[in-house]
Structure formats: structure tokens, C-alpha cells
Design a protein around this ligand. Structure first.
Ligand SMILES: NC(=O)c1ccc[n+]([C@@H]2O[C@H](COP(=O)([O-])OP(=O)(O)OC[C@H]3O[C@@H](n4cnc5c(N)ncnc54)[C@H](O)[C@@H]3O)[C@@H](O)[C@H]2O)c1
Length: 325
């Protein structure tokens, strides 16, 4: 298939592009480079520098390229920023997604896969969060993804668009040639690895009095290559119906466990300081991915925390400054 990947210069989108190309798909990457890196885009992909905020740019790309499917990774995705600047999310994330959806409807693109998020579930109490768990977004960021999920529902009802909503928990790890490079970096594993390589002094652990075994927050780290596989599987079955899946490793790891694993992997002692809890941080956020396992046979390959961190560490060592643009 020919697939339009928005945000294909970003972390998950560039690795999904790599995996899709490896499966013989043709890929068109559309990205404004606001966060992403041109160097992250595989050479075999067709490159379009464009902004989803500019209706004419995305319309022209969809009209000219006529993709069979769209994977929509492009978005702002900082929970904290969304609390400070909600319109960047409630307006921009939503409007830009709608611009893309409208172009898909106008030019007859039949399939759409949305990058959604665990932030849809706010501060859940269940040990494992499945797709039946009530949606109660934890921030304007999560709300913006929920609004796009609902838009897809209605565009399917009214216009016949087929869609998949894939709700990632914490994406982590790297492929052999692509990895995570955000500015600012807010994700725990790259931060810990920066500390291990001396690029930052240490790590602040935000709260050690949560109701978890070691008192630090527990999260579900799913390898980015496993996420990419889930996209490829969803693409294959979209014609049979719409789907929504929670994507996680199925096992939670605490902040303390991540730091300990990173120390094992890197052989470096990572200094930590204790900070206060961050507002809105749930104690535990772990997915049940039983539905996608049952429906599509998806099975994460990289479930071992040390292995996930090792892949990120290999990439970090080869690219200590990330992508050099
Ligand atoms: N990283 C995670 O752990 C995680 C978890 C849950 C959901 N998600 C979602 O997955 C998607 C990808 O996440 P990521 O970590 O790869 O993010 P990223 O910031 O690395 O990539 C996003 C890409 O989109 C591009 N972009 C942003 N706005 C654009 C616009 N208006 N027009 C064109 N391009 C634009 C950026 O330049 C960037 O290359 C996001 O939608 C995010 O909300 C990520």
C-alpha cells in the first residue's frame, strides 16, 4: 500500500516508516520539522515538508499522492505543556487532525490510523487498563486525542472512513538506526541515559510515596518496534472494520526499576534526587493489550526492560547528540 505518514520525522513515526518500508509499502512522510528531524526520515520514503495547520499544504499532498492509508503521528504531545497552554492542544492538535481527515474524505483515502494515548484514562484505578475502561482524559493533550477519536467515529458513520485508534502507553527503545530525540526531552528512559552519559547531572524522582511496591510511579514501556508492528497489523485488517486498541507491554515498571535497569545496562551509577509529586501523575498506568493480542495476534517481542533500555542505549551511544540536522 501507499501510506501517508504524518509526523514521520518524529520518534515513533520515523521508526514506523522504517518498518513499513521493510514490509514493502510505499511511504510518503509529511512533517513540518517542528519537533522532528529530516535525518530521521528513511531515504526510501518520499519526503514532503508541510504543516497540517496549512490546509492547502495537506490538501495538495493528499490530492497528489492519493495514499491508500494515512497514519497520523504528527501532534504536540507534552502533557505538562497542555496544562499551561491548552489551546495548543484543544485547538491546534484537534484542528490539524481534522484538516487531515477532511483531506482524506475529500480525496477518497479509505483508511486512517490515529496515534492515541494512555492519557485518555487520566488517573485510573484498575491494575490493567483495557479498552472498556472509562475514558476521562487527564489533560488537554489527552482530551485532544479523545476528540480526534470521536471525530473518526463520526467520519466513519457519515462518510465510511475506516479507522484504527492505537492508544500507546509509554513508547520506548530504538531500532538499529533510529531513536528518540525530543527537545525538550521529558521521557524517563532517554533522560536516564543522558544522565548515564554525563549529559545531565542526574534524575529527579518525582515522589516516592505512591501506593506502589517501591513508592515510585509505575508505567508500561512498550518498544517502538512493537508499536510499529501493531500499525502494520491494524492496516491489514482495517477493511474488515474499525478498531481501537490499548498498546502496552502488559507489565509495569517503576521509576526506580527503570533507573536500576539503566544502571545495569550502562554500568554507570545514575545520581538521583527526590522531588515532589507532579500534579496529575497517576500512581500506575499499565495497559491490558489482550484485545489486540486476541484479534490480531500482536505480541510484543521486546518485553524485557533491560532489552528495551539496551536498544535505546545503543542508539544513544552512536548518536550522543541525537540527529544532527
Ligand atoms: N512517545 C510516546 O510515548 C507516546 C505515547 C502515546 C502517544 N503518543 C503519540 O504518538 C505520536 C508520535 O509521538 P512521538 O513521540 O513520535 O512524537 P514526536 O514529537 O517525536 O513526533 C511528532 C512529529 O510530528 C511533527 N509535527 C508536529 N506538528 C506538526 C504539524 N502541524 N504538521 C506537520 N508535522 C507536525 C513533528 O515535527 C514531529 O516530527 C504523537 O501523536 C503522540 O501524541 C506518543
Amino acid at each position: 500500500m501507499k501510506i501517508l505518514v504524518t509526523g514521520g520525522a518524529g520518534y515513533i513515526g520515523s521508526i514506523a516508516t522504517e518498518v513499513l518500508l521493510g514490509k514493502g509499502h510505499e511511504v510518503v512522510v509529511f512533517d513540518n520539522l517542528s519537533q522532528g528531524h529530516r535525518a530521521a526520515v528513511p531515504n526510501e520514503a518520499h519526503w514532503v515538508q508541510g504543516d497540517l495547520a496549512a490546509v492547502d499544504e495537506i490538501r495538495a499532498t493528499v490530492r497528489e499522492q492519493r495514499p491508500d492509508a494515512v497514519m497520523h503521528f504528527a501532534a504536540r504531545s507534552l502533557v505538562g505543556q497542555s496544562m499551561d497552554a491548552p489551546f495548543l492542544y484543544l485547538r491546534d492538535n484537534v484542528t490539524q487532525g481534522l484538516n487531515l481527515m477532511e483531506a482524506c474524505i475529500e480525496f477518497g483515502v479509505p483508511r486512517f490510523i490515529l496515534s492515541s494515548t494512555a492519557n485518555l484514562f487520566g488517573a485510573p484505578e484498575a491494575l490493567l487498563i483495557d479498552e472498556q475502561y472509562p475514558v476521562a482524559p487527564g489533560s488537554p493533550y489527552g482530551e485532544s486525542k479523545w476528540m480526534l477519536e470521536r471525530a473518526l467515529h463520526w467520519l466513519s458513520e457519515t462518510k465510511g472512513l475506516r479507522y484504527a485508534c492505537l492508544r500507546y502507553f509509554n513508547a520506548a527503545g530504538a531500532s538499529e538506526s533510529r531513536g528518540e530525540h525530543h527537545s525538550p526531552e521529558t521521557h524517563l528512559i532517554p533522560l536516564v541515559l543522558q544522565a548515564a552519559s554525563g549529559q545531565r547531572e542526574g534524575i529527579t524522582v518525582f515522589g516516592n510515596d505512591y501506593p506502589t511496591p517501591d513508592g515510585t510511579c509505575v508505567r508500561d514501556y512498550v518498544h517502538v518496534l512493537d508499536l510499529a508492528e501493531a500499525h502494520a497489523l491494524a492496516l491489514d485488517v482495517l477493511d474488515a472494520g474499525n478498531c481501537t486498541y490499548n498498546l502496552g507491554n502488559g507489565e509495569g515498571f517503576s521509576v526506580r526499576e527503570v533507573i536500576n535497569a539503566a544502571q545495569r545496562v550502562t554500568g554507570v551509577e545514575i545520581p538521583t534526587v527526590l522531588g515532589p509529586r507532579r500534579a496529575g501523575d497517576p500512581a500506575r498506568l499499565v495497559a491490558s493489550s489482550q484485545r489486540i493480542r486476541d484479534d490480531l495476534g500482536w505480541k510484543p517481542v521486546y518485553t524485557d526492560l533491560d532489552e528495551i533500555i539496551s536498544s535505546a542505549w545503543r542508539w544513544h551511544q552512536q548518536h550522543p547528540n541525537g540527529y544532527v540536522d
